[in-house]
Design a protein around this ligand. Structure first.
Ligand code: SIN
Length: 480
């Protein structure tokens, strides 16, 4: 059996690709955990999109400015121009963004945007709403709890994937494979990502010789409540600040203005570093304050956050919430062209956070990620549908390497602390070298394949950080 397309991942990039493939094609979607265990599901802020045609150029310029000189202008132009249409098509398909009482779309503001251009749904549940909508529209089989442990690559062709389902290894073959498996959150001790986002596929790509680019560009979100249980920490969307929440230290000082005159609405790398630095200098706790909000407004506009924090004992908007930066998004990823095609491959695509088109450069503009996933998933599907490349079926024996060995869990947690300490918000060459040694040491131990894949991706992040000697965007390295 040879499918037309296998899609790895059931977040916005994977499911939107599925939506764009004609129903008569043979498509199979694999997802590692439950379908909702993806970053899309937890996306709060919204979808950045030009508010009208005149705003497209400004959206392009804001994106390029945030990207700190590393963006590919062509990719950005495609995202902002095509995105304007793709989002409107999505609305025509039936998706409902939040509107005012007169039926006009409501746009909010987030950091480093020159104007309000963030569409949202369910208040702060944009990703969850989009995910639900795409799941309801999906006509293709979707296999849950199936881990992709290999890409069946020979030369410049990918013939399918090896999946482990219920402990069994199975090869699934296809003419085209779309990787839409998300970023790298679980490599870090503190992160906002779904727990299944653990960089396995990036590791497989490294083993198969595919190029990962800009892996040092890791984005830390400044306003995260990190005291909840579980690996995934509670994001407090930037839209809160867009609507008037502000950051203070325990004495009430709005210290961000010492760092940048835009204060709370400075780009998130600046806010994260300012918080890190202020805490180091003053040893004061840092909080998000909501005293500009009424209770009614908070509940209506940010219901997910309101109820989560209420469950944790906060009385909002009266209480301030302690915050810390946490890993949030990978700008780097598998290098692709502007159709999502993996460099050097005939029929392997990567879209969404796992990919690197350089659309985000060195620092992603807030809420551009859902837009990117919409646009490039569609382009990848168009490229597949327009291709006359005839990929023949080819059988492989499944690689049944042991996935998890004793001690891997402890090593995995150790890796997360290494990444947080040495490859986090502020980096030093000596720290990065130390991290590299520790990772090399673990790679030489008797470990399972899944840990090796994480370690390989981590090693690539560290090596890329060491190679970039000067600070740029989200990569901040201090001289010793
Ligand atoms: C947020 O809601 O603050 C996150 C939005 C994003 O990461 O783009």
């Amino acid at each position: 059996m040879q499918y037309d397309v296998i899609i790895i991942g059931a977040g916005i990039a994977g499911l939107h690709a599925a939506l764009k493939i004609p129903k008569n094609k043979k498509v199979f979607i694999v997802c590692k955990s439950n379908s909702w265990d993806c970053n899309t599901f937890y996306a709060q802020g919204g979808v950045a999109v030009a508010a009208n045609e005149d705003d497209i150029n400004l959206h392009i310029e804001d994106t390029i400015k945030a990207g700190a000189g590393l963006c590919d202008r062509k990719a950005v132009e495609i995202m902002c121009k095509d995105g304007y249409k793709v989002v409107r098509d999505f609305i025509k398909e039936g998706f409902e963004f939040d509107k005012d009482e007169n039926g006009n779309l409501l746009y909010t503001k987030e950091a480093a945007h020159s104007r309000n251009r963030i569409l949202h749904a369910g208040g702060d549940a944009t990703g969850r709403m989009i995910h639900l909508f795409l799941m309801q529209k999906n006509p293709f089989p979707l296999l849950y709890k199936s881990t992709v442990v290999d890409l069946l690559i020979e030369g410049d062709t990918c013939y399918g994937v090896t999946v482990v389902y219920n402990g069994e290894f199975r090869n699934i073959y296809a003419k085209n494979v779309i990787i839409a498996s998300g970023g790298i959150g679980s490599l870090y001790e503190y992160h906002t990502n779904a727990k299944s986002i653990s960089a396995d596929i990036q590791g497989i790509c490294l083993e198969k010789g595919c190029f990962l680019r800009d892996m040092e560009m890791t984005q830390f979100h400044p306003t995260v409540f990190i005291h909840n249980k579980g690996a995934r920490k509670q994001l407090l969307t930037e839209a809160l600040r867009g609507e008037g929440a502000y950051i203070v230290d325990e004495t009430g000082e709005r210290f961000l203005f010492h760092y940048d005159k835009r204060g709370e609405l400075s780009p998130r790398d600046i806010v994260s570093r300012a918080m890190f630095d202020w805490k180091r200098k003053t040893n004061r706790e840092i909080y998000l304050s909501f005293d500009n909000f009424t209770k009614e407004f908070f509940k209506k506009r940010f219901p997910t956050i309101y109820y989560h924090l209420k469950d944790l004992g906060f009385d909002l908007p009266k209480d301030k919430v302690p915050i810390s930066p946490a890993f949030h998004y990978a700008m780097g990823g598998i290098k692709t062209d502007i159709d999502g095609k993996v460099e050097g491959m005939r029929n392997l695509y990567a879209v969404g956070e796992v990919a690197n088109t350089r659309v985000h450069g060195a620092n992603r503009l807030a809420s551009n990620s859902l837009l990117e996933a919409f646009v490039f998933s569609k382009r990848a599907v168009n490229s597949i549908l327009n291709s006359d490349d005839n990929i023949k079926y080819k059988e492989f024996s499944a690689n049944r390497e042991v996935l998890i060995k004793e001690g891997d869990k402890e090593r995995k947690n150790y890796l997360r602390s290494i990444m947080w300490e040495y490859a986090g918000i502020i980096r030093k060459e000596s720290g990065l070298k130390e991290a590299l040694n520790k990772i090399e040491k673990m790679l030489n131990e008797d470990i399972g394949k899944l840990l090796r894949l994480r370690l390989l991706t981590s090693k690539k992040i560290i090596q890329s950080a060491l190679n970039r000697k000067e600070s740029l965007g989200a990569h901040y390295i201090i001289k010793e």
